[in-house]
Design a protein around this ligand. Structure first.
Ligand code: NZQ
Ligand code: ZN
Length: 394
């Protein structure tokens, strides 16, 4: 196990009737001018917009609205947000929605503090470590359990120029508070529930596949959470307004991606980068991209450490195997994972989202760009490896 430093600076306020706690968070920070950032309008249909607006009115806080964040948030709107915040002396950013809104808000916070085009930070032309904190603080009201951005240090943003999707990571970007009310997720369409569950699972798979030895405690925490998600994902689709089920998934989403489950180990993260090329070019949902990429990544990479894969499939998917039947057991495990995705209506092959062979090479090359010609910590993958993984996913 490696040395580590771990803290979750985000105040997580979980549960029903969060109005008073939400107001308290803004009041104690003496917020004057807020950027009220949100997406395509779902928050106007489920009461979240009204809750936030009324709180801001009661507290006498000036609110500057910026809506229209798309799934796979675009840097163009981030740039707009930076200008709006600078012009109006915004001292707090409220991200009301899912991972896309929160990531866009993080991009805005970073951009305000950067003397140049914010995209430079995403492509590594400038470093987050060059920014002097504290940045404009961010608070979130989460409406979809998925990305884990409500307490993560990352922001993932797309640029239509060059069709790229890139991330930045810094402790400076971690939200100061997040409101997690499972009731706010009742209006999620079933397919979004599935995409969210797929992302939550992927965050745990990425962490599970490590080369680090002697990390049994975090292995078992991961296995328990993954098993819980296997149980609750379909239920969350079928019982849209069941508070207790939604609460389990919402909490799993946060736990999966605040770094408690990474303590003492280094995760892989290649599948995320391979997926981001898909959502950059084809604008598919991150969760549906992951349900396609992960089985292919597993098929390609299991030989790197068969014992770890066998442990995973035995403990999580109850795959029984005899000593000389590793390949059979791995195949069986991957099939069970695919069956889980399929049961939620998610795709497991590129053809199911109408992606063909034509741009696979381009995506593989772009995936290693700015990244030292290889990705992945469990197995280092070159552009050729990534191309082979895309082909396995066809
Ligand atoms: O835009 P609105 O109208 O709000 O609709 C959204 C959007 O269409 C809808 N939605 C959200 N809450 C709803 C709802 N519809 C009805 N009722 C509700 N309660 O859901 C759609 C998807 O929203 P989005 O924010 O895009 O989803 P998600 O949270 O999955 O975020 C995906 C983004 O996060 C990035 C992904 O790459 C992707 O761009 N990620 C961010 C990470 C991070 N910052 O740590 C890590 C992840 O691995 C991921 O890469
Ligand atoms: Zn993810």
């Amino acid at each position: 196990m490696q040395n580590f430093k771990f803290s979750v600076p985000t105040e997580l306020i979980f549960g029903r009737e969060p109005e008073a706690a939400f107001k308290e968070q803004l009041k104690k920070r003496n917020v004057k001018n807020v950027l009220f950032h949100y997406g395509g309008g779902s928050i106007k249909k489920n009461g979240v917009y009204d809750m936030v607006s009324e709180a801001l009115k009661d507290l006498g806080i000036n609110s500057f609205e910026l809506s229209g964040v798309q799934p796979n948030p675009r840097v163009t709107l981030v740039r707009e947000g930076i200008e709006l915040c600078r012009k109006n002396n915004v001292d707090f950013i409220l991200a009301i929605g899912g991972g896309s809104v929160i990531d866009s808000a993080k991009g805005i916070a970073a951009g305000i503090a950067y003397d140049g085009d914010v995209w430079d930070l995403y492509i590594g032309k400038s470093q987050m470590s060059d920014l002097k904190g504290p940045l404009t603080p961010i608070g979130t009201v989460l409406t979809i359990p998925a990305a884990g951005s409500e307490s993560s240090p990352s922001s993932v943003v797309s640029n239509d120029e060059g069709l790229m999707k890139r991330d930045i990571g810094s402790e400076l970007l971690i939200p100061v508070f997040s409101i997690l009310n499972p009731e706010y997720t009742f209006t999620l369409p079933a397919y979004q529930v599935a995409c969210g569950c797929s992302d939550i699972m992927a965050h745990m798979f990425e962490r599970y596949f490590t080369k680090e030895k002697h990390v049994d405690v975090t292995d078992r925490l991961l296995e328990a959470n993954i098993r819980s998600m296997l149980h609750f994902s379909k239920l969350a689709q079928d019982f849209q307004t069941d508070y207790d089920i939604k609460a389990e998934v919402m909490w799993a989403g946060t736990i999966a991606h605040n770094d408690m489950l990474s303590t003492g180990r280094v995760g892989d993260w290649a599948s995320h980068q391979i997926e981001h090329e898909l959502s950059a070019i084809y604008d598919i949902y991150h969760g549906e991209g992951l349900s396609i990429v992960f089985p292919a990544w597993m098929r390609y990479c299991w030989k790197e450490d068969p014992a770890r894969f066998l442990q995973f499939f035995r403990r999580v998917f109850d795959v029984d195997y005899a000593g000389d039947q590793a390949l059979h057991a791995i195949n069986e495990g991957i099939t069970r994972l695919e069956n889980y995705y399929t049961s939620l209506g998610l795709p497991i092959r590129l053809s199911q989202v109408k992606i063909g062979e034509d741009r696979l090479r381009e995506m593989a090359d772009k995936c290693v760009m700015h990244r030292g010609d290889a990705i992945g910590n469990f197995k280092h993958l070159t552009a050729d490896d990534i191309y082979n993984i895309y082909k396995l996913a066809l």
